[in-house]
Design a protein around this ligand. Structure first.
Ligand SMILES: *Cc1c(COP(=O)(O)O)cnc(C)c1O
Length: 460
């Protein structure tokens, strides 16, 4: 039998409900691949190729892993109605008051100044870019003192020694892996003073994704600030995760009470880092801040302006979509509107709330499956799980959560649901943690779970 024509095959692919939204050039490409891969079964090979093309597109997924900041799933969750997708034009560089050209720094940076109490603010594409920019603009070709315990790799190849080298600054290693005292910094500053690369920055880097425990000693921001002041050397703190305020005012209830979050203990916060005397604090937009991917520098106005004026700043400036999403995140902090801060909403969901959702999902799944097989042992049950913040933050810290478990490894099958559901499998079970799932998606979980347990049941 001759294989069908590319045209007729593409036409028939377009008839599949799951593929009908793919533009024709992609369907044609899938048809060609299908015919080339398996001329005798071109129809099914083309279907597989089209499904593969579709699965490579960026699309919404349901995160049932319990990892709140999942690096592979876009890190911080954004509100579903993110205006990124609806706004066509905006006044990112237009001053509505005067009708003249404006600055993209006005809005978001004003909000951040108010929230953090900083004099100066600059927003760039991500935290890695912010660190690089601060090194190039402030340390220039001078020395940068960093503790040997903080020469970190963040992931994706971001290594502090390499970033330092790329920026043109010179790394001055201080102390040891497990213990670094303020005297070590002092000696390094004195020693380098007479060299051709005197220390121009004291850099403190948060050990975001690992922990050194045991016989350890770390120099505080206060100590570094005192040393920096006596030598006129700025202290820059790369705190990474962007917890805005250790007192968590946005979580306060009507009587001002804030929930205890033990997993956040010892996490450096922006406000407190500045109050302790850091000249600049640097952090990500999409870790504990819970906004879009961005890098934020806050602190001394003269140093921030030096960063803003550096040629590299133009290369790492954020687009209006990012600024708009970040503005919405910051406004939500000011309104204390957890619905618009999904990370904090998820992180503070009560176990009772999660258990209720789990029980109703389990009931619906078991009822549906029982109708098919006459009801033997329950197929789904409520499971106690552990959520983690993730995204390279808070290593070793997990907190209790509730999910739904079913027998067998159904992870690949759930991933093929529409929208894809990302779950975890261990010891022959599949678990879906509900903390990271929007309650509005619970019904989708039910139908996907039923389909994975009893594939022969008609789909609702
Ligand atoms: C995560 C992190 C970075 C990198 O942040 P991105 O926003 O991913 O570029 C840099 N420094 C520290 C300390 C971090 O935790």
């Amino acid at each position: 039998m001759r294989p069908p024509s590319v045209d007729s095959l593409a036409q028939s692919l377009a008839g599949h409900p799951r593929l009908s939204d793919l533009p024709r050039p992609l369907l044609v490409a899938a048809a060609r691949t299908g015919i080339a891969n398996d001329p005798a079964n071109a129809e099914s090979a083309a279907l597989a190729a089209a499904e593969a093309l579709k699965s490579r597109l960026i699309q919404p997924v349901i995160n049932a892993t319990g990892v709140l900041l999942h690096t592979n799933l876009g890190r911080a969750p954004l509100p579903a109605s993110s205006p990124r997708s609806t706004v066509r034009y905006n006044n990112v560089e237009f001053d509505l008051a005067t009708g003249q050209r404006g600055s993209r720094r006005t809005s978001v940076e004003g909000l951040l100044r108010q929230i953090t109490g900083a004099e100066g603010v600059l927003v760039v594409n991500n935290c890695a870019a912010a660190v690089m920019l601060s090194l190039a603009a402030i340390a220039k070709t001078g020395g940068v003192a960093v503790s040997r315990g903080e020469l970190v790799e963040i992931g994706g190849g971001f290594r502090i020694p390499d970033v330092l080298e790329q920026s043109g600054a010179a790394l001055v290693e201080v102390g040891t892996t497990n213990r670094t005292r303020v005297n070590d910094y002092g000696q390094a500053v004195t020693k380098a003073a007479s060299s051709d690369r005197p220390v121009r920055m004291l850099l403190k880097v948060h050990q975001s994704n690992y922990k050194i425990v045991g016989f350890t000693e770390e120099t505080s921001i206060e100590e570094l600030a005192a040393l920096g002041q006596s030598h006129d050397i700025p202290v820059i703190a790369d705190i990474g995760s962007g917890l805005l305020d250790a007192n968590l005012p946005w979580l306060a209830d009507k009587s001002g009470r804030v929930p205890e979050l033990p997993w956040l203990a010892n996490e450096p916060a922006v406000r407190q880092t500045l109050a302790a005397g850091a000249d600049i604090a640097i952090f990500s937009g999409d870790k504990l801040l819970g906004g879009p991917q961005a890098g934020i520098l806050v602190g001394r106005a003269d140093l921030i302006e030096a960063c803003a004026k550096h040629p590299l700043a133009r290369a790492v400036r954020p687009g209006s979509g990012v600024l708009l999403a970040l503005q919405n995140t910051l406004l939500a902090y000011m309104r204390r509107d957890l619905a618009q801060l999904p990370f904090w909403n998820m992180a503070t969901l009560s176990l009772d709330e999660l258990r209720q959702r789990a029980e109703s999902i389990v009931k619906e799944v078991n009822d549906a499956v029982d109708m098919a097989d006459g009801g033997r042992a329950p197929d789904a049950w409520v499971a106690e799980t552990e959520s983690v913040a993730g995204g390279g933050t808070l290593p070793g810290q997990s907190f209790p959560s509730i999910g739904v478990a079913i027998k067998g490894n159904k992870v690949p099958r759930l991933r093929r649901s529409s929208p894809p559901i990302i779950a975890r499998s261990t010891d022959g079970l599949t678990t879906l943690d509900l903390r990271t799932v929007d309650p509005a998606d619970d019904a989708l979980l039910v139908s996907a779970l039923v389909a994975s347990i009893a594939p022969s049941l008609p789909q609702q």
